[in-house]
Write a protein that binds this ligand. Structure first.
Ligand code: NDP
Length: 298
């Protein structure tokens, strides 16, 4: 929280700059302002700074001047092209800062940003955002971070103002790995869920009621995720969800049911194909987790 020097002035430990004032950058800046941090903001379209200035922020005329105002600089732009453009304009002004980039992007981009920062005498932390702008400042938004450990230790308390923060280690790319994996898992689960709602609706059942029951079923999956993670780590695949020999027979029923009511079966066929291949390779007594062995692209 806010710290004050002996002469009553706010010191640099409680100052922060936010570059990028879209929906997310504005939510971040607003959170820092509301927690009492002296916040400097900059945005390419200057008018987006006005509501934040009304709330107590200082708007800087250029990104370089905004960066010069604080030791901690949070970047939240559309994508890595925007980050490259803005950092290119900041250049030497980054010296001595801790650059915290919360823009979505790949692990490779995070590592390249770290090299850029270190070459200019700045420390680098990469962060990713898992949640929506209205929830920034609450535990409902997850922020994986990675990069400079000393920067994280020094500024962790300030970053925790934004939500639930987890540090994933010194490889600047690790937070992006976590983000990519979690987001991709969300999409994989949700497309399966949409297929299932198709089935429920085609059979005349209420999709919203089903969704409520499905939410409790998904909650009970967490021990299974843990045990699948352990099976993949050790390469020792117990018959989770039953032996593949048994599961494959059930898959035939699931596929023919979907076909009979006109619901797409492409994903179910993919699962069945993996099971058949694994069984043909002599692993029919193993469980669902063993399909992992077939998922590397040759
Ligand atoms: P917005 O589209 O609302 O804002 C984009 C920001 O990037 C604006 O400040 C825009 O400036 C700036 N920008 C874009 N291109 C350039 C450029 N070439 N040079 C300078 N500035 C540029 O996006 P969000 O704020 O919602 O998202 C920001 C980041 O947060 C993204 O990486 C997004 O993936 C991530 N995120 C967003 C979530 C959300 O729900 N919104 C959820 C999780 C992550 P200008 O105003 O001038 O156009």
């Amino acid at each position: 929280m806010l710290t004050t020097t002996t002469d009553g002035l706010t010191d640099r430990a409680s100052q922060v700059t936010v570059l990028g004032l879209g929906d997310m950058g504005s939510a971040i800046a607003r959170t820092f302002i509301s927690r009492g941090y002296r916040t400097t903001v900059w945005n390419r379209t200057a008018s987006k700074a006005l509501p934040l200035v009304d709330s107590g922020a200082t708007a800087a005329p250029t990104a370089a001047e905004a960066v010069a105002a604080s030791r901690l600089v949070v970047v939240c732009l559309l994508d890595s092209t925007a980050v490259d453009e803005v950092l290119g304009a900041v250049d030497a002004a980054a010296a001595g800062t801790v650059l915290v980039n919360l823009t979505s992007g790949s692990p490779q981009q995070a590592r390249a940003n770290e090299r850029w920062a270190n070459e200019r005498g700045a420390a680098y932390l990469d962060g990713k955002i898992m949640g929506d702008p209205p929830y920034v400042g609450t535990p409902n938004v997850m922020f994986p971070f990675s990069g400079s450990r000393s920067a994280f230790e020094a500024h962790g308390p300030m970053l925790r103002e934004l939500g639930t923060v987890v540090y994933h280690g010194e490889d600047a790319g690790s937070a992006a790995v976590e983000f990519m994996a979690q987001v991709a898992m969300g999409y994989e689960i949700l497309i399966g869920f949409l297929h299932t709602l198709r089935l429920v609706q085609a059979e005349g059942a209420d999709v919203a009621d089903f969704a409520e029951r499905a939410a409790s079923s998904v909650a009970s999956l967490s021990p299974l995720l843990t045990s699948i993670g352990n099976a993949v780590r050790t390469g020792d695949y117990p018959p989770d969800l039953g032996a593949l020999n048994v599961q494959a027979a059930l898959m035939d029923d699931l596929i023919s049911h979907r076909e009979s009511i006109g619901v797409d079966v492409v994903r179910m066929r993919e699962v069945k194909d993996l099971m058949d291949r694994r069984i043909a390779d002599g692993f029919g007594a193993q469980g669902f987790s063993s399909l992992f062995e077939l998922l590397a692209k040759s």
